[in-house]
Ligand binder design. Structure first.
Ligand code: ADP
Ligand code: GN1
Ligand code: MG
Length: 339
């Protein structure tokens, strides 16, 4: 979008003296801009309304959660609303957290432990928020039966004519269905506690302090809703225990780091009073499950012709899917295939 369009949108949040606008393109879903004024900086985001079909419900959820996370603030519109809706879409604004940085890969065991603590503290601060007071912003988001039905549909229709080139990956998904569905079935059967969870708890959705390395906060709260905390530990393990970014094309770079895993788990469990033993026992499996669901979703999007995730080049979703499949294999090698 042109700077002049962004300036018009920012006016609705009371900003009329903008010095600089810079796009941040790391996320896969929303459009994000840093907006600098002489006094302070802001984060302006267009909510992807194809993905979040009820953006007002998303904003209501986020406002409830941010009541407990003071470092991240929603900037209200001049009319007092949680977002601005116009011909260019639905927009929201946060304070820009200065001296912060997000990462695609963990760089040390210390950092892995801090990631674990970031998730522990996020869960803990929301632990007494009533999950039934939050709406489900994307229905059946982590429901493996739903994800497989979308995958089956993509295979059946082969809309982009890509099926014949990915038969190994498709077979890997089909063969792994039963084990990958276990957690989602346990959650549906109420064998796991229903809690307020992030549901997109990947490493790049954590801001760290550039100067101290300490974590600042989880961001990207669009999918905060009821869930099992294993969906979050799973995403933390998926992104924090891989030695490569999620879209690293050189699969020889993709390994599961036992050192990061141990450090991350220590950070998450240390002083954590809310965990049941069933939850603790399933930590390793949660990493495998969420890595599997991502492989499935990336492959589904590849088969559908790249209609969901933002992609940077034509095989991007396939590279991501292959990367996640390799990570599952590496996890299995580490665990000896145990469930
Ligand atoms: P998406 O939903 O598309 O993933 P995110 O909300 O994760 O978008 O934001 C994209 C990136 O913008 C983040 O990875 C982070 O680097 C940066 N970012 C987001 N919110 C803030 C903030 N309040 N302050 C500073 N940087 C932010
Ligand atoms: C998307 O918005 P972003 O980039 O943080 C996706 C997640 C996936 C992730 C994979 C709403 O997250 O579910 O885990 O990409 N978000 C949505 O990197 O689908
Ligand atoms: Mg994000």
């Amino acid at each position: 979008m042109e700077d002049s369009d962004i300036k018009l949108i920012a006016l609705n949040f009371g900003l009329d003296d903008i010095k600089r606008i810079s796009e941040i393109s790391s996320g896969h879903i929303n459009a994000t801009y840093r907006v600098d004024t002489p006094a302070e900086s802001f984060l302006l985001q267009r909510i992807n309304t194809s993905v979040f079909t009820d953006p007002y419900a998303v904003m209501e959820n986020i406002a409830k959660v941010l009541d407990r996370i003071p470092v991240l603030r929603l900037i209200r519109t001049v009319e007092g609303g949680l977002c601005y809706s116009g011909s260019s879409g639905v927009w929201r604004m946060y304070n820009f957290i200065e001296n912060s940085i997000s990462y695609e890969r963990i760089a040390s065991a210390d950092m892995a432990e801090r990631m674990g603590r970031a998730l522990r503290d996020f869960h803990s601060v929301l632990s007494d928020l009533d999950a039934s007071g939050l709406c489900e912003t994307i229905s059946r988001f982590h429901d493996m039966d739903y994800r497989f039905s979308e995958f089956d549909d993509a295979v059946r229709n082969d809309r982009a004519g890509r099926l014949s080139s990915v038969s190994d990956e498709v077979n890997f998904m089909m063969d792994g269905r039963k084990r990958a569905s276990m957690l989602s079935h346990m959650y549906a059967d109420k064998a796991l506690p229903r809690r307020v969870t992030h549901n997109d708890a990947k490493l790049s959705n954590v801001l760290f302090d550039r100067r101290t390395g300490e974590y600042i906060t989880f961001i990207d709260l669009d999918t905060v809703m009821p869930g099992t905390l294993l969906f979050d530990t799973g995403d933390m393990i998926r992104t924090g225990c891989s030695t490569a970014a999620e879209d690293e094309a050189d699969l020889d770079e993709v390994h599961f780091s036992a050192t990061y895993f141990e450090a991350m788990l220590h950070g998450y469990i240390d002083g954590n009073a809310m965990l049941t033993s069933a939850e603790k026992d399933l930590f390793p499996e949660s990493g495998r499950t969420i890595t599997f669901i991502m492989a499935l979703r990336f492959l589904t999007d590849y088969l559908n012709g790249d209609v969901y995730y933002r992609t940077g080049y034509s095989d991007h979703n396939l590279v991501r899917a292959r990367n996640q499949i390799r990570l599952i294999m590496e996890m299995d090698e580490y665990s000896g295939g145990r469930v």
